[in-house]
Design a protein. Structure first.
Length: 268
């Protein structure tokens, strides 16, 4: 018989290249169902890591990309009209709590603080989720775990994590991997030669030195995989980098030219 979260099981192993002891740390956190916060720049592998760990542990993964328009009802559920009248429909967080999945809230600080406060009773010894509109309190399934991620580089006073929320989590910090490791990842994911992957990584490292000096963020590993994929499909490296790095990173003409210069230095 199928289970409610069967569709959220990851059937095939996602490729993930470990850069330290993060796998062991996650396993120990999950052993105690400890709430976990993943911190790091965009496109550095946080989401892929959670997918890999869900596969490794054999647990369903319920993912929700947070945004400023998200309400508490988007997390926990709401009453909706159907053929029989009004019926309650669980939200993604409630499904994971009720049936025992890993709930991953991606870029949690993008959500309003009055929305994310609903996770507080789940992140302490109570492990409960009150459904006020339904008059129900759910005791979290023994397999439930809450994982959130955010990018500290985008923090501001308006989009900071409240101390009352932050201190409920243990944390793992992510960054872009060492150059050789990142090149292996790009080569594997884009299915390109390691020499090309290393050239792309060198360009990314140059752009990352411009963070807070004209760029909000340097090129992510994800962008390098996009570039490699386009090269494999027949575009020249300079054309691929123009699409996935230059134009995607900035609208400023001078900054765009600086990135083109990085590209030309690699590919001539």
């Amino acid at each position: 018989m199928s289970q409610p979260l069967d569709d959220h099981l990851i059937r095939q192993e996602p490729f993930y290249q470990s850069a330290g002891n993060e796998v062991e740390c996650y396993e120990r956190a999950y052993r105690h169902r400890m709430p976990l916060m993943l911190k790091g720049p965009t496109g550095c592998g946080k989401t892929r890591f959670v997918e890999y760990m869900a596969w490794k542990l054999g647990k369903p993964l319920v993912t929700l990309a947070c945004n400023e328009d998200m309400t508490a009802s988007d997390l926990v559920g709401r009453f909706l009209l159907d053929a029989d009248g009004t019926a309650w429909h669980d939200g993604p967080l409630t499904m994971a709590v009720r049936h025992g999945g890993i709930c991953y809230l991606d870029e949690v600080v993008e959500a309003r603080q009055d929305t994310t406060v609903v996770i507080h009773p789940l992140t302490d010894a109570r492990r409960i989720l009150p459904l006020d509109k339904k008059g129900e309190v759910i005791q979290a399934h023994p397999d439930f775990q809450l994982v959130v991620s955010y990018n500290p580089g985008y923090q501001s006073s308006a989009k900071d994590m409240k101390a009352s929320t932050r201190q409920r989590f243990s944390a793992l910090e992510f960054d872009y991997p060492p150059m050789e490791t990142e090149a292996l990842i790009v080569a594997r994911e884009a299915d390109v030669a390691i020499d090309l992957a290393l050239q792309l990584v060198k360009i990314a490292h140059c752009t990352r030195t411009l963070k807070q000096r004209g760029l909000d963020e340097g090129a992510s590993t994800r962008m390098l995989i996009y570039a490699g994929t386009l090269v494999r499909d027949g575009l020249s490296p300079t054309q691929a980098c123009e699409m996935t790095l230059v134009q995607a990173l900035t609208d400023d003409p001078d900054m765009a030219q600086a990135i083109r210069d990085f590209v030309q230095a690699q590919f001539g």
